[in-house]
Write a protein that binds this ligand. Structure first.
Ligand SMILES: Nc1nc2c(ncn2[C@@H]2O[C@H](COP(=O)(O)OP(=O)(O)OP(=O)(O)O)[C@@H](O)[C@H]2O)c(=O)[nH]1
Ligand SMILES: [Mg+2]
Length: 289
């Protein structure tokens, strides 16, 4: 395998947090309420908001960062597009997940996996797969599940709901058992945002007071730093950074498709003992790289 890739998961260089700023990325399948949750977290109104809509098509196309001061501290939220049946391919979602590194080049404090309460689907599971491939297993130490639609009656017995669904239970366990509930129809409810940040702060503390800087985030950071120090024109710098970063993403994507193809082959052999098959056929995707 590519030596650079072999190092990827093992080398997770972390940085010591110098400020109380928090940078979080919202991940999840299309339509679960990522953008709406971003608006709730940042308290954004009107034209300032991430676009959030009820639609059969995916609404968010590209990763986008917005910032605001929340309870006295600077918070940056990166909203990403979600896996969907028709619109976005896993490769597009993966590329946009990686791009979130460029938007938070100093590292990420939390990967927030957004799930619609009462509607756990296969695409929810696959986000975990993409997350691990993009950022390494280490990223799970910084992952927290955020259930939306807290206005539904089932939010009253959330723990029972989690325990009743084996796949959901596994996913929450992979995220260290951390979860929160948001009712995005009640943006004035600041308690839910405080609860999320309590979880994020606990995670940061357990992780030695540091933000997550896996190898891919480190690469994005180095590229940006080198370019900032060079004397070239700003637009040249950005396009060079973008080209270099895309090369990395493509290399990782090829390796990931190969490993997933192997995984699928094993899954077919073990189909009886492993009934939960992924919704996307990743074996076809290597042709798209
Ligand atoms: N009732 C209710 N509706 C919600 C909640 N959160 C989100 N929604 C609605 O769910 C729909 C989808 O929300 P989005 O924020 O656009 O979902 P998304 O995950 O960003 O979707 P993509 O951008 O397509 O990936 C919108 O109509 C939201 O208003 C919630 O807590 N309660
Ligand atoms: Mg969205």
């Amino acid at each position: 395998c590519d030596k650079r890739l072999c190092r990827r998961n093992s080398a997770s260089e972390n940085t010591t947090e110098s400020s109380a700023e928090r940078r979080i990325v919202l991940l999840g399948r299309s339509g679960v309420g990522k953008s709406a949750s971003g608006n709730t977290i940042l308290g954004l109104r009107g034209s300032e908001q991430f676009r959030s809509d009820c639609s059969f098509n995916s609404v968010t196309e590209k990763s986008e960062a917005k910032s605001a001061v929340v309870a006295g501290r600077e918070v940056k939220v990166i909203d990403t597009p979600g896996l969907s049946k028709g619109k976005h391919t896993p490769q597009h979602v993966f590329n946009e997940m990686m791009k979130s590194c460029l938007l938070a080049e100093e590292g990420l404090h939390a990967f927030v996996l957004v799930i619609e309460l009462g509607r756990f689907e296969k695409n929810d599971d696959e986000i975990i797969y993409l997350l691990k491939k993009a950022f390494g297993k280490e990223a799970l130490k910084y992952a927290v599940v955020l259930f939306t639609h807290g206005d539904r009656p089932s939010s009253q017995n959330i723990e029972q709901n989690i325990q009743a669904n084996e796949d959901l239970k596994n996913l929450v366990e992979m995220c260290g058992g951390r979860y929160c509930i948001f009712n995005n129809t009640s943006m004035n409810n600041k308690r839910q945002v405080r609860e999320l940040f309590t979880k994020v702060d606990e995670m940061v503390q357990v992780n030695g007071g540091t933000a997550y800087v896996g190898e891919i985030v480190g690469i994005a950071r180095t590229i940006m730093r080198e370019l900032r120090e060079s004397a070239t024109d700003y637009s040249d710098r950005l396009s060079t950074a973008w080209r270099r970063f895309c090369n990395w993403v493509v290399t990782i994507w090829v390796a990931m498709c190969e490993s997933f193809t192997r995984f699928l082959e094993n899954t077919i052999i073990l189909a009886r003992t492993f009934p939960h098959k992924p919704a996307h056929n990743y074996s076809d995707l290597s042709q798209m790289c």
